[in-house]
Design a protein around this ligand. Sequence first.
Ligand code: CU
Length: 144
Amino acid sequence: MKNLFCLILLCALSACQGSSSNKQISISEAWARATVPGQVVGAAYLSIAAKQDIRLDAVTTPVAESVEIHTMQIQQGVMRMRMLEKLDIPAGKKVTLAPGQTHLMLIDLKSPLKAGENITLQLSFSHSDGSSQQQTIIAPVLAK
Ligand SMILES: [Cu+2]
């Protein structure tokens, strides 16, 4: 019975957070691909979902000079990467960044990304009302 009470309290607390100025954005399945020595660019992937329309404006990480949002596109029969200025995340729809699709490109890595380590990504979102929100996430480096 005591456990149940704790659970209810926890739910009440998290509901409280959701109603603060920071609107809830859920980020899942984040990971970065391990790189080999000498490789200067890396890639990171994640899924983003929110209850209202949001837009991913920018990403930064301490492990690289800059981060770009890229999509894959076939041009004259060749798969090419194209940089996006922003990434729209429609309300209620999970947008997944994955290998071969939209991804985060980590440009000018400061050191190789080693499997088993974690990297930090700071995501800047904006809402339709013009307000912005930062979210910092930890992504494991995986050798896959
Ligand atoms: Cu890319």
